[in-house]
Design a protein around this ligand. Structure first.
Ligand code: NIG
Ligand code: FE
Length: 411
């Protein structure tokens, strides 16, 4: 079954870009008046419209002929979200804006713990429904692959409930959901003052089940004051590594130390890094660990952005993700946030777009590089404009006109 889309005024494939380092917009090479031929959900060929259109007609392809000016980009990847949650943290938001800090609210028993209480109250079915709703909102915004973390259950049963909910939700949305086990999000009340006890529990009784039931192949932890330290997390990450999980870390959000843990475990990504020192950024930039900026958390908390420019100038790999969660990043709008990060950190269009596509694919260790090229899944976005530059210029206000997932028109 063939589908053909064309003519596309400007096609940005993001193929063959270096995975590391600074990028200039000259490296994007917009392909003018191109078409995309899709076979059974996979990109078969891209070529100039006149040539490929004729081939598509001969193949009896389903034709999506574009009568107006459209740009095409690969489907976006949001490589860090917490869209499996119950309740709201509007009260935290108001408290922070009235002067309390995120860590103060957490220490006073609010913060993540509020969401744990609400998520524990929710049934698995309710969580599935909420994840699907949020995933479909993201899909409409062009995000065709979404990482989703557990981490608001914080007991064996409740973490498994979340991971099962993510697995089921993946069958009920056209978006691809990639689960991550974040059981080490914070120390649950039941283990107050005993992080070692909680870590022992999830290391011995949760990780093997997650592996066995194939609920996730990624494991995450929050290395932060009040959560876990390099020392307390060790047994958990050692076990995760032994079981063959990819490791990712919430690192250097408010205090430093997390990025060193990410490096020690050769993590696929180290995320946040708002508090990283120049020296830490430079060491990270030399490694194979993708640095993921989460501008939604900076905007949600009113704090510094990740030093993305510095990281790229030292030849690092930068991904950008939304961190959508009810606490620190309630907005959940990747394109807006990535565009804003670009203005504050002086990032080129190429750097921002790579950060939410091909470099985000690297952060998730995906098999395909997420660019528009033959052999890759036909995950595509069409924007109704003649110039791709408009996409970031409008800072999220130019919404996708059409979204294709595996060659299927989903919005
Ligand atoms: O990535 N930093 C820790 N975890 C989340 C926030 C979770 C929450 O506040 O509910 C984050 O910002
Ligand atoms: Fe997060």
């Amino acid at each position: 079954m063939y589908t053909y889309i064309g003519p596309i005024k400007e096609l940005i494939t993001l193929a063959e870009l270096p995975v590391r380092g600074a990028l200039s917009d000259d490296q994007l090479h917009p392909l003018k008046n191109y078409g995309i031929l899709i076979k059974d959900g996979t990109i078969e060929q891209i070529d100039v419209h006149e040539k490929l259109y004729e081939k598509a007609q001969n193949l009896n392809a389903h034709l999506e002929i574009l009568e107006e000016d459209f740009c095409a980009l690969p489907g976006f990847i949001d490589s860090h979200t917490h869209i499996c949650f119950g309740g709201s943290r509007a009260r935290d938001y108001a408290m922070r804006n009235a002067g309390k800090t995120y860590l103060e609210i957490a220490e006073a028993g609010g913060g993540i713990w509020d969401t744990v209480t609400e998520t524990r109250k929710a049934t698995q079915e309710q969580l599935v429904e909420d994840i699907v709703k949020r995933a479909n909102l993201l899909l409409q915004k062009g995000i065709t692959t979404i990482e989703v973390k557990s981490g608001y259950g914080l007991s064996i049963d409740e973490e498994l409930k979340m991971l099962h909910a993510i697995k089921t939700a993946n069958t009920k949305t056209e978006a691809t959901l990639i689960a991550t086990c974040l059981a080490a999000h914070t120390i649950p009340r039941e283990y107050k003052g005993n992080p070692e006890g909680y870590i022992q529990l999830i290391t011995e009784e949760l990780l093997p089940v997650v592996k066995e039931e194939k609920l996730a192949n990624r494991v995450d932890a929050f290395i932060e004051k009040g959560s876990f330290t390099a020392k307390t997390i060790k047994p958990y990450f050692d076990k995760a590594q032994e079981l063959g999980f990819d490791i990712t870390v919430h690192a250097d959000q408010f205090t430093t130390g997390g990025s060193a843990v990410a490096l020690e475990y050769q993590a696929v990504s180290a995320d946040h890094l708002e508090a990283s020192t120049a020296a830490e950024i430079q060491i990270l930039a030399k490694s194979n660990t993708v640095a993921t900026a989460l501008p939604g958390a900076s905007i949600g908390l009113g704090c510094a952005f990740t030093p993305a420019r510095e990281l790229l100038d030292h030849n690092g790999t930068l991904a950008i993700a939304s961190d959508w969660n009810p606490g620190s990043a309630p907005m959940g709008d990747l394109l807006t946030q990535a565009a804003i990060l670009g203005t504050f950190q002086k990032l080129s269009n190429a750097e921002v777009l790579a950060g939410i596509t091909v470099r985000a694919a690297k952060a998730l260790n995906l098999e395909q590089d997420a660019s528009i090229k033959a052999g890759n899944a036909a995950d595509l976005i069409l924007f109704k404009t003649a110039s791709y530059q408009d996409v970031l210029y409008h800072q999220g206000q130019l919404q996708p006109a059409r979204v294709f997932k595996n060659g299927k028109l989903v919005f």
